[in-house]
Ligand binder design. Structure first.
Ligand code: ADP
Length: 260
């Protein structure tokens, strides 16, 4: 199983969690949330107790990705919330707490307090690892999450395209400034494997993230291909790493999780 480092300072928040890892991207739409869920299920496959905190207040997609519709209940202490459970992992999303359309128009202080609530007022119990699906970009919301949670490290998701890479670089710079170790970069939508002809098509290019990781001196964790199965599973709330861990894409995700 992966050797995640424990959080640096034993903070009161997220006390029972051994490692808190942010999954971030420079911009939206690169597959950050899909990757977060896939990594969470892959880590579970490797025998860890895993939670996912969806802090992407601009587009909380974890409920859809995991097929979570229930409303969270209060924990035994009558004060904090209990996370929901799906596919053997714990999860709680800002989308489980508020209507996503409402969150879109929040101002700074509301974003801050929603983030504080998600991080400090949820009873995760004992977890080996909690993955935080970060809001995309490097603005106030990202800073709030990064500063309020005892992060052991951050994983950066990017497509091979230049534009996504440039934004990813900013994200890496932000974590370095906050002294959060960057565990590595994952290239998503790396190539398309055609289900009909079996051919590989490099729709957004290929290898850009690996090259960039080498250049800035952070580990490269692996590539996730663009596949219909991954997208369909995501839309249906039936994540492929849980339903078909033996598939090619399932195996590549389990291999990436093993690198953490
Ligand atoms: P983000 O969190 O970065 O905004 P999402 O994880 O929501 O991105 O992904 C955006 C869209 O791309 C979703 O429809 C998702 O199903 C799809 N997607 C992400 N990664 C892949 C992939 N490797 N193959 C196919 N579809 C993908």
């Amino acid at each position: 199983p992966p050797q995640l480092q424990p959080a640096k300072a034993p903070a009161k928040v997220l006390e029972g969690v051994k490692a808190v890892v942010a999954v971030a991207s420079g911009k939206g739409g690169v597959g950050k949330s899909t990757t977060t869920i896939s990594l969470a299920l892959a880590l579970r496959h490797l025998g860890l107790k895993v939670g996912v905190l969806d802090a992407d207040i601009y587009g909380p997609s974890v409920p859809t990705l995991l097929g979570l519709t229930a409303k969270p209940q209060l924990a035994e202490d009558g004060r904090r919330l209990k996370p929901l459970e799906a596919w053997g992992i714990q999860a709680l999303s800002v989308g489980n707490l508020v209507d996503p359309d409402t969150a879109m128009i929040w101002r700074g202080p509301m974003i801050q307090s929603a983030i504080t609530q998600l991080i400090a007022e949820v009873d995760w119990g004992r977890l080996d690892v909690l993955l935080i699906d970060m809001p995309p970009g490097t603005g106030d919301a990202q800073l709030a999450v990064a500063q309020q949670s005892p992060l052991s490290g951050a994983v950066i998701v990017s497509t091979p395209q230049d534009l996504a890479l440039i934004d990813a670089r900013r994200g890496i710079a932000m974590f370095r400034r906050l002294e959060v170790p960057v565990l590595g970069v994952i290239e998503n939508m790396s190539q398309f494997i055609c289900p009909d002809c079996g051919g590989r098509h490099e729709i957004f290019g290929h290898g850009g993230a690996r090259e960039e990781a080498r250049r800035i001196g952070v580990p490269f964790l692996g590539e996730i291909p663009l596949t219909m199965a991954l997208r369909k599973g995501a839309d249906l709330g039936r994540p492929i790493v849980a339903t078909e861990p033996e598939s090619q894409v399932g195996q590549s995700l389990i291999a990436i999780a093993g690198e953490l």
